[in-house]
Design a protein around this ligand. Sequence first.
Ligand SMILES: [Zn+2]
Length: 202
Amino acid sequence: MAFDSDAPLDQLWKEYGLVFRDFDDLTLGRWLAQTLGQLEGKSWRLSHPLVGAYRLAAQFGHDRQIWHKRLATPPAAYTESACCRAPLLPLLTRDVRESGLICQHCSETLVLFDELPGEVSVALTDWAAEYEPVHAVAHWDDRQRKSAGNYDRAYEQAAQQAERLLARAGKELALKLLEHYPAVIWEDQDECLEVRPEDVRP
Ligand SMILES: [Zn+2]
């Protein structure tokens, strides 16, 4: 999610983000560096307002090449990412097996799945393998829906399983990742199954 779709919520986030457009480069760089200090050492829900604000500012920072200009120094724990040279801030999503961990600055892959530390990658493989068929229920075609009999019930069951799996991501997996990265963000919603952040309780 890069706030770049025409969906009403993404449009609203774009509007929120305008506040950062008026920051000059130095102010924006300092705001980002200081906020990284506040994010450090914890795992965060994607829906957390501070994370939302950081992601908006980070996009402007990326567009304006803030980190290349070295106007502000991020806390030392954040090493430079290979994708865009911004401080390393990963997002865990349900697509981790295909997309790896996602950079919060350029929205590209920050850490390939194959490059994840061993025990973390085992735990994430198990989790993602459980999540994939659950998520797929939202995308069943007509034939699959018919063969399920009561699709509404199958969808509701899948949504409840997704809530539990997302809760596990926040409770266990994000903490495992935190042993290797300065801060971690985890996706706490599934828009296809209509699971909202408030439904996910680690
Ligand atoms: Zn990047």
